[in-house]
Structures are given as structure tokens and as C-alpha cells.
Ligand binder design. Structure first.
Ligand code: EPZ
Length: 420
């Protein structure tokens, strides 16, 4: 298992380009199952999760590849008129976003057998809202042996009200509704930019979706969809992570490709912490303060402060001039980075879904363990500030969601190395 070693100290300075969004790419690859023709996705991040989903699609009989050639980061997916509509446990276990094939398989092929994803480090992560919505669209859903068995001759449009806002739930049901007969209304839908990007691609394939990006989405069902050429939006969470890297090293970094409108809540909190963050022609520039100010934050659904940035802000606030209170309202167990940050000298106390972060003067490098994707990023960020060397183990967690983060940080002056 690889490790990433980080030498604390250097101020990060310069330009870095953000990669395409993992959380937009995965639903877009599933959406390609809906198209009669081939779909080509550009600006796809070179990540383990993308490769895993390509593998899954190929086991279903779908032509799904990284496109070889000069231009990298291009994926092509072409589903034939009939596929093996199954997603086995050993693949879904590796990547729970595989459940996103449920909607498209039901809509286009009338059948799906997908393993229940099971929990993960950050929480139980049920998909009850997905299944409730599919039933509302007329699907027969059975749960047996840890699998979802879904069938539907033709889905029928209906009004679906989510009891809880769910990002992949909204995406899954959107992909089912586009080929349903009649109109579907999604109420209490997720408003993330990744949902909007998915709707944009689906409409380019011939779907008729209005309101994506708001909590009320209306879909007029159509009979078939074509393939599409689509460029994936940039990864707002990687962009936010790079902004925090500038902040925590008293640096000055321009994150090219960051979309200011996708990061309002994060930029707001960085400014409260004393950073200077300015939009540029093609991104965001962040200058870090000598010592950050303490900041209270609550994670909520978009456009609120994203749970995927909570661990990264906690690293920054662990060296603030005072006490910050962080509430994690989306997942029930997303504080695993706390124990590791404390090993680096952070003073953090967890009380239920709240973490009280008492800023300390310095962090000290230490051997630490990554437990989930964003916790890994948080430990690397803390290592950039920590005196001495931080050795982050189990960085396969990081590689699921960041394309060569340590190389991106090196180009900004960080002393980060990957050790086999
Ligand atoms: C998406 O996960 C993202 N993943 C997550 O990013 C992100 O943290 C999360 O949205 C919240 O923003 C992808 O887009 C691939 P949810 P998702 O369904 O869709 C509960 C990362 O780091 N819930 O919005 O699985 C659920 O347990 C990953 O890139 C139900 O109770 O999240 C959670 O507490 C981590 N029933 C809350 O809702 C359901 O049917 C939000 O979950 C569905 C969800």
C-alpha cells in the first residue's frame, strides 16, 4: 500500500489546474446506458472510481473504455440494445456509486439486479429513497440476498417527493424518469452542480428536463435518447481542497478551472477564516493568513457548506487563533480524521455530530492513517502545516477521489512524495 510523505513548512504559490468532477463523472457514465448511440465524456478525472465503473459496465456487456490517444481524460461508453443488467456485490462494495446504474437499467432495459451498496466508513448510507421513488414510477422492487431485484415493463411518470435530500437518489430517479411514460415531478430534489451537469447531458441526449439545480425538477418522458459528447464540469471539492492548501500554508495559489458559483459557501468560510479569496477570469485565487481566525460551520445540502469539505476545513481550523465549532449534519460518522489530527497535536473534542476545534500554535508531523477519501485530504493538508514529516498511510482512499493530488501540490512548492 502506498504512502504519501509530507514535509511541513513551504508556502504554496503559483497556478494549479483542477481536474474534472468525480461526482459528476460517475452519474454521467451511468447515463450513457440510456443512449442508443455512443457517449463520449471529456475532462474525466483519472481516478480509481472511474476505472471501477468502467469495469462494471464492461461486465454488463457495455463497450466502456478510456479513449486511447493524445487527448487524455476521455471516456467512451456505448451500451448495445441488450446488456446483462447486473451489478455484483464485489464491485458495488468497492464503489457504492455503482447503484447509479439502477435507474438507467430500469428505464432502458426494464430490469436490474444490483447489490445493495452496504455501508461505508462515513455512515450506513441506505438507498431507501432511491427505491421508494422507483416504486412510485411503477417499478416492482424486491430485496433478496443483499440484492435489489427491479423490474418494470415501462416506467410511468409520477410525482416523487424525497423525504431526505439525496444527491445520487435525485440522479438515479432523474435517469429513470427521462424514458418514463408521461411527466415526472421530483420534489425536494438535490441541487448540487453535479445534478445540473447530468441534466444538461441528458437534455443533449434528447431528454426533456426542467428545473435541475433547484429542489423542483420536472421531466417529460421521451421514447429514446441518443449518445452525447459532453465535457464534465470541474471538481468543486478538489478545487476547495486546493484553496485550503493555500490557506493552511500562508500561500498564494490560483486554482484554474474552479467555478466560483459552485463554491460560495466554502469561499465564505475561507474569508471568515481570514483568507483573501478572489474570483479570476478562469478560477479562484486564495491567499492564506498568517494565523487563521476561528470559524463555526454546519454542513448542509448544496448550496450550503458541503460535507465533502468538512475534514479539509477542520485541518485549517486546527491551527486557528481560537475555538471553532463544526457540525456534521449529513453523515453520522464523518469525524474519523479527528483521531488522526489529534495525533498531530490538534486539540479537537467530538460531542455527537459536533466537533469543538481549539486552535493550537503548531501541528507536528506524525505517521497517520487515512480512513476515507476526504479524511485523507485533511491529513495531507495538516501535514503541509505540521513541523516535520507526516506519513499518510492507506492513500488508496485518496486515489479514489483525487487525481495525483501530491503532484498537484508539488507543482505549488509542497514537499510531498508518494512512497510505494
Ligand atoms: C453523494 O453521495 C456524493 N457521492 C458524496 O461524496 C457526498 O458526500 C454526498 O452526496 C453528500 O453531498 C457521489 O455523488 C458519488 P446522499 P450520496 O444520498 O448520494 C442519507 C465524496 O467524498 N440517505 O446525498 O450517497 C444518507 O445516508 C462522496 O466524494 C438516506 O437516508 O449521498 C446521508 O446521510 C462521499 N436514504 C444523506 O442522506 C437514501 O435513500 C445524504 O446522502 C439516500 C441517502
Amino acid at each position: 500500500m502506498d504512502q504519501i510523505h509530507v514535509e511541513g513548512g513551504p508556502r504554496l504559490e503559483g497556478e494549479v489546474r483542477v481536474s474534472g468532477s468525480k461526482n459528476a463523472t460517475l452519474p454521467l457514465m451511468a447515463a450513457a446506458l440510456l443512449g442508443e448511440g455512443a457517449t463520449t465524456l471529456r475532462n474525466v478525472p483519472d481516478l480509481a472510481d472511474v476505472t471501477t465503473l468502467l469495469e462494471l459496465l464492461r461486465t454488463m456487456g457495455v463497450d466502456a473504455q478510456w479513449v486511447p490517444g493524445a487527448e487524455r481524460h476521455v471516456v467512451r461508453v456505448h451500451a448495445p440494445p441488450n446488456v446483462l443488467p447486473e451489478a455484483p456485490y464485489d464491485l458495488v462494495r468497492k464503489m457504492r456509486a455503482s447503484v447509479l446504474v439502477l435507474g438507467p437499467l430500469l428505464a432502458r432495459f426494464g430490469r436490474a439486479r444490483v447489490s445493495l451498496p452496504g455501508g461505508c466508513a462515513i455512515g450506513a448510507r441506505p438507498i431507501d429513497q432511491h427505491l421508494k421513488a422507483f416504486r412510485a414510477l411503477g417499478a416492482e422492487i424486491l430485496l433478496e440476498g443483499g440484492y435489489v431485484e427491479a423490474r418494470a415493463r415501462r416506467l410511468k411518470g409520477a410525482t416523487v417527493r424525497f423525504d431526505k435530500i439525496t444527491v445520487t437518489g435525485t440522479e438515479n430517479v432523474l435517469m429513470a424518469a427521462v424514458l418514463a411514460e408521461g411527466t415526472t415531478v421530483l420534489e425536494n430534489a438535490a441541487r448540487e452542480p453535479e445534478v445540473e451537469d447530468l441534466a444538461r447531458a441528458l437534455n443533449a441526449m434528447g431528454a426533456r428536463i426542467r428545473g435541475a439545480g433547484t429542489d423542483l425538477v420536472v421531466v417529460e418522458g421521451v421514447s429514446t435518447l441518443t449518445g452525447v459528447e459532453h465535457t464534465v464540469i470541474s471538481d468543486r471539492i478538489e478545487a476547495g481542497t486546493l484553496l485550503v492548501a493555500a490557506a493552511i500554508t500562508r500561500g498564494d495559489v490560483h486554482v484554474q478551472g474552479a467555478v466560483p458559483a459552485h463554491l460560495d459557501a466554502v469561499v465564505g468560510k475561507l474569508r471568515e477564516a481570514g483568507c483573501t479569496v478572489v474570483p479570476t477570469a478562469d478560477g479562484l485565487r486564495c491567499k492564506g493568513p498568517d494565523v487563521p481566525e476561528p470559524v463555526d460551520l454546519q454542513t448542509t445540502e448544496h448550496p450550503g457548506f458541503p460535507t465533502d469539505m468538512q475534514a479539509q476545513l477542520m485541518a485549517l481550523l486546527s491551527v486557528a487563533r481560537g475555538t471553532s465549532v463544526i457540525s456534521e449534519n449529513i453523515f453520522e460518522n464523518r469525524f474519523m480524521h479527528v483521531a488522526e489530527l489529534r495525533r498531530m497535536g490538534a486539540d479537537i473534542r467530538v460531542e455527537g455530530h459536533t466537533a469543538v476545534v481549539k486552535g493550537v500554535h503548531t501541528l507536528s508531523g506524525a505517521p497517520v492513517m487515512a480512513t476515507d477519501l476526504r479524511a485523507s485530504a485533511s491529513l495531507i493538508l495538516a501535514g503541509l502545516r505540521g513541523a516535520g514529516t507526516t506519513r499518510v498511510a492507506r492513500v488508496y482512499h485518496l486515489d479514489r477521489g483525487y487525481e495525483a493530488l501530491e503532484r498537484k501540490l508539488q507543482t505549488l512548492g509542497a514537499r510531498t512524495t508518494r512512497v510505494k
